[in-house]
Design a binder for this molecule. Structure first.
Ligand SMILES: [Zn+2]
Length: 398
């Protein structure tokens, strides 16, 4: 499906607010949404009727002349669930998330065979998601998947880690065919989802535009989430920013790309560790650096300095309010903040705008962002998604 473009109605906006902030009084919700009391009153009645929220009457305070206290609006404990998935190298990780943002049950996984056709992988993913949603109970609202490669409008191109390299894969459409009616399918870039989650729930909370940078053993990814109403941001090929045009050859065709100097491979090389391609080796070097071993610590600082050079150029071009480092880059930022910040300060934009450099706060940003993406689709037409086609709520019909 295409990215939703319509703003949610009052019903959807109230539900989104309760999903992100948790239980609120009706008065607090009215203030936060900036809507008329009568509109919020109608939305509350609709959501209660759809069994998406529970309204708890507050006990009277006993203060004469104050009227009834505002009732508490709580996401329904048996409300809808979504399945969030992150398809990585060799494995897809899945979690069920309930309305209100809580994980349900344990993390599930599914092997991903690089040699298998994309359709088979996505069919298996949809089947596993259906099992998990059934076990969790509650209406299943959607499945959202984060992955690497180049992802646009649900189509994945050039996902080397999945072996999807020859033809564009219409992943969203292929998943949608496997799902029951009313269950949405969404596919987005993993970094865009991490940026969405960090801005809504983590280190970018309250910021305008957020630039997220992350890395794996191989490669550096990024995403920019612009200021404005929440949406999935733009994934960036941040790792292929050229920092030295006389540097080593990159498989992308350029020379001296940032990721050749600042990803997990670069850290292992600087630390003198034989690289077997195992991501655990990167964590081990970061651990040794954190314990103060001079060799690994010096390696981390050299890599951080290169990363800072890249981050400064990205800030010059993109002008984010905050730069959030996640994944192994988070450990790097803790170990070598001075090197990173001094290089970032080379950026005129960072100096003038006082661009904040920080680390991710969420342990599962991609899965949380995927869950929020699936719920965003649901919030745009909650009554339709619940299979109730006979009635439309007052505000849905606006
Ligand atoms: Zn490159």
């Amino acid at each position: 499906m295409d990215r939703p473009v319509r703003r949610p109605t009052a019903v959807g906006r109230l539900l989104e607010l309760l999903h992100l902030r948790g239980p609120l009084t009706r008065a607090e919700a009215t203030t936060s949404l900036g809507l008329a009391r009568s509109v919020v009153g109608d939305a509350v009645a609709d959501l209660e009727e759809l069994r998406l929220i529970v309204v708890r009457q507050a006990a009277p305070t006993g203060t004469a002349g104050r009227g009834r206290p505002s009732p508490l609006l709580v996401p329904a404990p048996d409300g809808p669930v979504v399945v969030a998935a992150h398809v990585g190298v060799g494995t897809a990780r899945l979690r069920v998330v309930r309305l209100g943002g809580e994980f349900v049950g344990e993390l599930a996984s599914l092997p991903v065979d690089r040699a298998a056709p994309a359709e088979r992988t996505l069919t298996a993913l949809a089947a596993r998601a259906a099992e998990l949603a059934r076990e969790a109970g509650g209406p299943w609202a959607g499945l959202a998947v984060g992955t690497g490669g180049m992802v646009r409008h649900g189509v994945v191109r050039s996902a080397l880690h999945l072996g999807w390299t020859t033809e564009p894969v219409p992943a969203e459409e292929l998943l949608a065919r496997q799902l029951p009616p009313g269950v949405s399918a969404s596919v987005a870039h993993e970094c865009s989802l991490a940026a969405l989650a960090e801005r809504r729930r983590g280190a970018g909370r309250g910021a305008g535009s957020v630039l997220v940078l992350t890395c794996e053993h191989t490669g550096i990814g990024g995403a920019l989430l612009p200021d404005g109403p929440t949406a999935v941001g733009h994934a960036l090929e941040a790792g292929h920013l050229v920092v030295d045009d006389r540097g080593p050859q990159c498989p992308c065709g350029q020379r001296g790309c940032l990721e050749l100097f600042a990803d997990g491979r670069a850290l292992l090389r600087e630390a003198g560790v034989t690289d077997t391609g195992d991501a655990a080796l990167v964590q081990a070097v970061l651990g040794r650096a954190a314990r103060g071993e001079p060799g690994p610590l010096a390696a981390a600082r050299r890599v951080a300095e290169r990363l800072g050079i890249g981050a400064a150029s990205l800030v010059n071009v993109l002008d984010p309010d905050v730069v959030v480092l996640t994944g192994p880059l988070k450990a790097l930022a803790v170990l070598a903040r001075e090197q990173l910040e001094s290089r970032l300060a080379d950026s005129l934009v960072a100096r003038v705008n006082d661009t904040r450099l920080t680390v991710g706060e969420l342990s599962e940003p991609v899965l949380l962002g995927a869950a929020d993406l699936a719920f965003d689709v649901f919030f745009r037409a909650p009554s339709n998604a619940l299979g109730d086609t006979t009635r439309r709520t007052r505000t849905d019909a606006d």
